[in-house]
Design a protein around this ligand. Structure first.
Ligand SMILES: [Zn+2]
Length: 108
């Protein structure tokens, strides 16, 4: 059961902050792929005990920004995002996902 917060000023469609999912529009609650993507982030956040997740997310982004010199490439190449984008269409992914799967995406 997800806790949704509708926040129209959100600069993106959705952000996951366990246990919340912030959505720009309430209709996005029905977007199964988007919600699955955010739930994958919830799992990543939980297994890293929340705060370390945000630190690693930011470190990975910063490293990528130096490497790619592009916000979009830096974001898309964060290991947590790579795992979420690669599996968001698989609505059963979270049932079979192994703990710390994100780290397999670091050099992928
Ligand atoms: Zn994401």
């Amino acid at each position: 059961m997800e806790l949704f917060i509708i926040f129209p000023k959100l600069p993106v469609a959705a952000i996951a902050f366990y246990p919340f999912i912030l959505l720009k529009r309430k209709e996005y609650k029905e977007d199964k792929v988007l919600i699955n993507h955010e739930k994958i982030h919830h799992q990543q956040q939980l297994e890293l005990l929340l705060i370390p997740f945000y630190i690693l997310y930011l470190l990975n982004y910063t490293f990528n920004l130096l490497r790619f010199r592009s916000h979009k490439q830096a974001y898309l190449n964060i290991a947590f995002e790579k795992e979420a984008f690669a599996n968001e269409h698989d609505l059963f992914y979270l049932k079979i996902r192994k703990t710390f799967s994100s780290f397999r995406w670091l050099n992928a």
